[in-house]
Design a protein around this ligand. Structure first.
Ligand SMILES: Nc1ncnc2c1ncn2[C@@H]1O[C@H](COP(=O)(O)OP(=O)(O)OP(=O)(O)O)[C@@H](O)[C@H]1O
Length: 265
């Protein structure tokens, strides 16, 4: 891999995804196209399967004991679950940022950014790594704040800075897709807006899928929205998906309208 090569834009498609934890079915035949270079927001009440769906997209679901799934995930038409493909390949191409910032706390800011390279078996010279660290921290909107203290531990940063460091770390392996599971829920409003700005800046080069409980955030950052719902103990489904403006202003299902206007959930 050449470290300076920009990633090609890739679309992600989930086809008829069902998921189980043991005997319990939590998603039922969910299909969604997440177009290249756009931000898709997954919204819906707690427990409707949004995080499970996200984890299925980059093969993290299969790591949970007792968890199973059916259906297909295609990245630019290629089956992410193809047995001939390595698990690490899916993870490299489809990165994930979690709710709670999780940098390696004792590792330096610099080493945090390049940590993923080692895991994915990429070797790079010092000058290449220096350039990559600057590029990824710049893209994550953190460079001006840390350029003079790259050797300090990642754990010494504020929560919002740590989350941007995690975004930089994800970007360093040049993913096609970035999955974000409530990335701002542990952050204050100022850090939240900074992350949202970062998402907007990244959207033209990475396909982004974000789970959020914050309707204003979904409206601000996404171009497409999918509304998940699990009614009365039934598995989660997508009630409707489409352009964010339409989902918020003229949804076709009253349940979507009730949810986005805060009448339940
Ligand atoms: N590791 C697990 N083992 C068993 N059941 C689980 C596990 N993780 C999630 N579930 C169940 O699967 C269902 C979907 O959970 P999931 O976390 O995907 O929903 P969610 O929409 O992301 O919720 P939230 O918005 O609260 O994060 C829930 O009923 C949950 O209890």
């Amino acid at each position: 891999m050449t470290l300076t090569m920009p990633p090609a834009l890739a679309d992600l498609e989930a086809r008829s995804i069902s998921a189980w934890f043991g005997e319990r079915k939590v998603l039922d035949r969910v299909s969604l196209v997440m177009p290249a270079g756009t931000v898709t927001a997954l919204i819906g009440p707690s427990g409707c399967g949004k995080s499970t769906f996200l984890r299925i997209l980059n093969r993290m679901h299969e790591l949970i004991p007792g968890a199973s799934l059916a259906g297909e995930v295609l990245l630019s038409g290629q089956d992410v679950y193809d047995p001939a493909r390595k698990l690490t390949d899916a993870r490299k191409r489809i990165g994930m940022v979690f709710q709670k910032p999780n940098p390696f706390p004792a590792m330096s800011i610099y080493d945090n950014v390049v940590a993923g390279l080692k895991l994915t078996g990429v070797r790079a010279r010092r000058a290449e790594k220096d350039a990559l660290v600057e590029e990824c921290l710049t893209k994550a909107g953190l460079w001006p704040e840390v350029r003079d203290r790259l050797k300090q531990p990642g754990g010494a940063l504020s929560g919002g800075q740590q989350q941007r460091l995690c975004i930089a770390r994800s970007l360093a392996v040049r993913p096609d897709v970035l999955l974000m599971d409530e990335p701002c829920s542990a952050l204050d409003p100022t850090s939240t807006r900074r992350i949202e700005q970062t998402i907007a800046e990244l959207a033209h080069e990475v396909t982004i899928v974000i789970v959020t409980h914050n309707m204003q955030q979904a409206a601000r950052v996404s171009q497409q929205c999918a509304f998940f719902l699990a009614e009365q103990g039934t598995p989660g489904v997508i009630v409707e998906a489409g352009p964010t403006k339409r989902i918020f202003e003229s949804p076709s299902d009253t349940r979507t309208s009730d949810y986005v206007h805060g009448r339940f959930g």
